[in-house]
Structure formats: structure tokens, C-alpha cells
Design a protein around this ligand. Structure first.
Ligand SMILES: O=C(O)CCC(=O)C(=O)O
Ligand SMILES: [Fe+2]
Length: 373
């Protein structure tokens, strides 16, 4: 789940169960990881250019008003009002920062479980308005019938104590720690710029004063930047299970980098399509908060992660969120300017998360539908 605002963030409970760890110790069998037929992925995964998420050139989108800019805006508007997913090229996250985080993730996830569990204990402050704890997790939330075949490390990138603890655990010496922290900072900076620029454009398409809204609800959310490193180990029976079940992310926007292995699937017009990996692009999706704020104009992207038999898959996800004092509700500025009735009832984010998170892990994702009037 997303800092977790996606599903993977249910770290605390996950670590008690340690699904994958329990499997490697022989306490769980492959049978325990089998999912109901309705949630399984069909193989082989097919990449099709005609059936894919659109690619947006950020520089063209932010550039001068001309045909190319209009074309990008058109692509973006269509993507956010249908499947809620698109890829961005020419983005501001430096490739060197991604490479550095990716190589440290690979090293960390291949280290002994005991070492990884050092980062499982709660440390650092809670993050975001959902009170997510940063740390290592390798399991499903308690009581969840679905066992998840993945592990993750969530870093609270703006919390110095958290970043230091992670750097100490992941790096061999002070010089390496410095390089790692620098990459994390550059990644977070580029991510925040990308997410804020996209939110600005999207709010403007609704005819709203984007700066006013972002200043009122989002800017200064320094606790909100979470960087989640994910690892999906090879799975002997990928057709009977998956890494993450279908879900939407509880955030404004998710920005994701996936390695060349692939496995992210997006629901488009009721069909699952596999996102073709492009290490130079960031995959972006609308989250539940944006769907509610936009009074259903933007669609939170439904997605899941397929596994494979032979290779580990790595990804890095970041979730863009409003500040802690935010209340989940259609934007009053939008309702006023359009005279529309609210399509969703309001809720405190932490309550919303409690309500939807458990259902998702039960294999019964409902997302924003729980709030529909
Ligand atoms: O690893 C991925 O591709 C997706 C991760 C994800 O959906 C999440 O953390 O919410
Ligand atoms: Fe997700």
C-alpha cells in the first residue's frame, strides 16, 4: 500500500507475520501463498504498444503553448479521467539518484533477514496523515488471508533520524552514507517537483487556482515524503499468487520507478494491461485522495503486481500527500465554481484508510466507493 498510502505500508503488522521470512524458514508452504482464482494473474504477461498507458513528455507539457503542449495535455487529461495511469519522460528525478537507491535496495534486500529486521522496529516519526510508520516489512497485515510475496523498506525521506538510521544500516562507511543520503535528497526533491507540477496542471484543468489550493492543503508537508523500496523475489508459482493484489493508492499521486523486469499491471476498461518497463520513465497514477478532491473527475488507478519465476523485481514508489490537517472531501472551490453536488462524503483520512485497507487485503478492494453518496 502507499506510504502506503499504498498497501505496502502496513509495516508493523506485516513484520509480526513475516510471510516471506516464515516461508524461507519452512513455517509456511507455497500453498499458503495461493490466492483465490479471481485475484490471480494470467500468464504469459503481454506487452502491447496499442494497449498501453500513455507516455507524457513533461518538458513539452510544461513548455510553451503550442501543438505539442496541447497534445500532451490532451493525453494527460484522457489518462487521468479513464485508467488514472500514465508514464512521464523528461522528468526531474536524476537517473544517478535512482541508480544509487536501486543498487542500495538490491544490496539491502539480499542481506540476512536479521539485519533487515533491524529496520523493522518502529523508528523515526510516523508519516503523513495516515500515521504510517517507516521501516522494513515483509508480510501481510495481520488477519489478512492473502499472503504477499514481497518485501519493502519505507524511508521517511524528510525525517533526519529516519534517514540516518537507514543510511547506517544500508551503507558500509561514512562516505557511502553521504552518497546515499545525497541520492535520497535528490530523488525526493525531483519527486516533489514532478508531483507538484502535475498537480498544478491537473487542478488547472478543473479551472481552479492551483497555487491557492496547493498552498492551502499540500505545501509544507515535510513529513509526507516517503520513498518506498520494493523487492518481489522470484516465485515458484507466479500464476497462483501475486506480489500485491488489485488496489488503488491512498494519496494524491503516486510516482513509481520500475526496473526492466516488469510486472506492474493496470486496469484499463476492465482489462488488465502490463506496463512495459522503461527505466527512463516514471509511472504516475492518480490516488484516492485526488479522485475524491476532484469530485470523481480524476480516477484513482487500479493496479496490481504480477510475479515471475526466475527473476527478482525491484521498484521505488513515492506518494504525494496533503498535510496532516487535511480532511478528505471534494474540493469546496470546485463545488462552488461548478455548482456540483458532492459525490463523496467527507472523512478523516486515517478513518478512510482503516476502512479500505483491510478490505483490499481481504481481496475485496473497494477504494473510494466506500465514500460515494
Ligand atoms: O511495485 C510496484 O510496481 C507497485 C507498488 C504499489 O503498487 C504500491 O506500493 O502501492
Ligand atoms: Fe499501489
Amino acid at each position: 500500500m502507499s506510504v502506503p498510502l499504498t498497501m505496502a505500508e502496513e509495516g508493523e503488522a506485516g513484520c509480526e507475520r513475516e510471510s516471506l521470512a516464515a516461508y524461507s524458514r519452512g513455517k509456511l508452504s507455497l500453498k499458503d501463498f495461493e490466492w483465490p482464482q479471481s485475484l490471480r494473474v494470467s500468464f504469459p504477461l503481454v506487452y502491447s504498444d496499442s494497449q498501453s498507458i500513455p507516455e507524457i513528455d513533461l518538458q513539452a507539457l510544461l513548455g510553451q503553448q503550442n501543438d505539442k503542449q496541447q497534445q500532451q495535455l490532451q493525453l494527460l487529461s484522457e489518462a487521468v479521467s479513464t485508467c488514472g495511469f500514465f508514464q512521464v519522460v523528461n522528468h526531474p528525478i536524476p537517473a544517478s539518484a535512482i541508480r544509487c537507491l536501486d543498487s542500495h535496495a538490491r544490496k539491502f534486500f539480499s542481506s540476512p533477514l536479521q539485519r533487515k529486521l533491524e529496520l523493522a522496529k518502529a523508528f523515526g516519526r510516523m508519516m503523513t496523515e495516515f500515521d504510517i510508520r517507516p521501516g522494513y516489512t515483509c508480510g501481510s497485515p495481520l488477519e489478512s488471508p492473502l499472503k504477499l510475496w514481497y518485501e519493502a523498506l519505507l524511508i521517511a525521506a524528510s525525517d533526519k533520524d529516519n534517514v540516518s538510521a537507514v543510511a547506517k544500516c544500508l551503507c558500509a562507511d561514512e562516505e557511502e552514507e553521504y552518497t546515499f543520503k545525497d541520492a535520497l535528497e535528490k530523488f525526493s526533491f525531483g519527486f516533489t517537483k514532478l508531483a507538484r507540477d502535475l498537480c498544478t496542471i491537473l487542478l488547472e484543468t478543473l479551472g481552479l487556482d492551483a497555487n491557492e489550493i496547493l498552498e492551502e492543503y499540500v505545501d509544507g508537508n515535510e513529513q509526507g515524503v516517503g520513498v518506498k523500496l520494493l523487492h518481489y523475489p522470484p516465485c515458484p508459482q507466479p500464476e497462483k499468487t501475486a506480489g500485491l493484489p488489485e488496489h488503488t493508492d491512498i494519496c494524491l499521486l503516486t510516482v513509481l520507478w520500475q526496473d526492466e523486469v516488469g510486472g506492474l499491471q493496470v486496469c484499463q476498461d476492465g482489462c488488465w494491461i502490463t506496463v512495459k518497463p522503461n527505466v527512463d520513465a516514471m509511472v504516475v497514477n492518480i490516488g484516492d485522495i485526488f479522485q475524491v478532491c476532484s469530485n470523481d473527475r480524476f480516477k484513482s488507478g487500479l493496479h496490481r503486481v504480477a510475479l515471475n519465476k526466475n527473476e527478482s523485481r525491484y521498484s521505488i514508489a513515492s506518494f504525494y500527500n496533503p498535510r496532516r490537517d487535511f480532511k478528505l472531501t471534494p474540493l469546496p472551490q470546485l463545488l462552488d465554481s461548478t455548482n456540483e453536488a458532492a459525490k463523496f462524503r467527507s472523512m478523516i483520512p486515517v478513518e478512510y484508510r482503516k476502512l479500505t485497507f483491510k478490505e483490499t487485503f481481504n481481496g475485496a478492494w473497494q477504494g473510494v466507493n466506500v465514500l460515494r453518496c
